[in-house]
Write a protein that binds this ligand. Sequence first.
Ligand code: GUN
Ligand code: FE
Length: 489
Amino acid sequence: MSPQRKLLLLGTFVHSKTQQSLDIFHNAGIAVDADGKIAAVERDVPDLSEAKARLLTKLGWDEAEVDVTQAADGQFFFPGFIDTHIHAAQYANAGLFGKSSLLDWLETYTFPLEASLSDLSRARRVYARCIRRTLSHGTTTAAYFATLDVAATNLLADLCLSMGQRAFVGRVCMDRTEMNPAYYRDASTEASLEATRQTVEHVRRIDPGFDVVSPILTPRFAPSCTREVMAGLAQMHRETGLPIQTHLSENPGEIRLVAQLFPESSSYTDVYHRLGLLTPRTVLAHAVHLSEEEAEVIAREGAKVSHCPCSNTSLTSGAARVRWLWDKGIDVGLGTDVSGGYSHSILEAARQAAMVSRHVAMNIEIPRDDDDDAAAAEEKTKEKERVKLTVEEVLYLATRGGAKCVGLEEKVGGFEVGMEWDAQLVGLSHVHDDGELHHDGGGDGDDHGFVDVFGWESWGERVAKWLYNGDDRNTKRVWVKGRLVHRRR
Ligand code: GUN
Ligand code: FE
C-alpha cells in the first residue's frame, strides 16, 4: 500500500469517557500520522484555525503535507463502530427469517445459503457488498463468521484488506456428522482443523502483523462441533494467541440439545469451559439464558459477550440482560448477527439494545400496592429503572465496549493519543457537501436533517436524536487506520 498522507481533523468530537458518560469537545483538532495513529489532540482552543496552528507547531509538520477535514456546523467526529458478531455470508439473507427460531432457521435459510457461497463469484458479490454497506454505516471493525469454504473465507479476508475494513475473519468449523447436513459439514475433525490453519496462513501472508485483518478461530456452536475439534481449536489458541468466537445460550431448544449432546457438562457454558475455549480472547455471541454460575465462570475466565438484540428479537431467542452481565463483571459489545438480525447497522443494534433493556425492565414485576411488602416493591421499582440502558451506555457498547470484546481497546474505540484513527464524521443537520447549512425546512431529503429543525438542542440531545433517528445518511465519511474508506456522495 502506498504511504498515507497525514491528517488534521478539526471541529467537534464525541466519544465515550466512561461506560456512563460521553466526552464532547469543541473547537478541537486531532492530528493523525502517516501510519494512521493519533499523534496529538488539541481541545478547547479559541477557534479551529488556532487548533490547526497549534497541532502543526507541536508536531513540526508542514501544512503542505497534511490533508485537512473540517467538520461543518452540526457535524461531529465519532469513533467507528465495532460489530463484534456478524455472518458476512448471511448478508444475502438479511430480512429473511419468517416465523422461524434458531434451529429451524439454520436448516431452512442459513445452511443452504452458506453452502452456496463455495461458488467464488457468488461469495465475492455477497462479501464485497457486505463490507461496503457496513462501512457506509460506520462499522470500522467487524468480527466475521464466513463459511466452511477456505477459498471463499480467504477471499473475505482479501476484500476486507483491500476495502480497508478492520476485521477478524473466521473460517467456520462444523465437524459433527449427525448434527450438520451432509451437504454442509467438514469431512473430518482433522480436515476442519487443517482448513482453519489454511485460513490462518493465508491471512498471515496478506497482513503479516494482523494489523488490519486477523484470523479468528471459529467453532460454530457446540451442537455443530465434536469435543475433539473444540479442544483442537483451544490448543491452537494456546499456541498462537489467536482470538476465538462462537455462539452461546441463544435459544431454549438449542440449550436442550447441548444438554443431550454433552451429558458430562453441567451447563452450555461448561461445555466450552471444559474444552479450554473460555479465554480473555473469546467472544461469546448471545448469552441470553445464562445461570448465575455460568455468568460467574465467564467472568472468571475473562471471556466476552457479544449482545445481539436485533437477532434475539427476530428469532424470538430471548432478551439478554446487559446490566446483569455488567454487574457480573463481564465485558459486553454489540453484534448485528446478520442475518439472525435483519439489520447490518450498529447504530440500529445500539438502539435495539436500549429497547430490549426496556423490555427486560417491563418484565420485572412489581408487587401490587395492597401487598404488604412495600420494601420489596420499592426494591423492584429501583431495579426496573436500573436495568434500562442509557444513550451513553449503548454508544459505549458500540465503540469502547466492542473494542474490549475483540481485544482492541488500546487501539480503537476512542480518541486518545496513540490510538488509531478509526472514525466517522456524522452530520445531523441539513449540511450539503459544500459545507453550507441549509435551514430551508427541506431537510428530510437525502441529508436526513432531523436535528437543527429547531436549532435549540444541546449537544447531548443531538447525540440522542442521532442514536434514535439516525442512519447511514448521517454517516458522511469513514476512516480506518487513517485511511478514508467511505465518503457519502
Ligand atoms: N448458532 C449457530 N449458528 C448460528 C448462526 O449462524 N446464527 C445465529 N444467530 N446463531 C447460530
Ligand atoms: Fe450468529
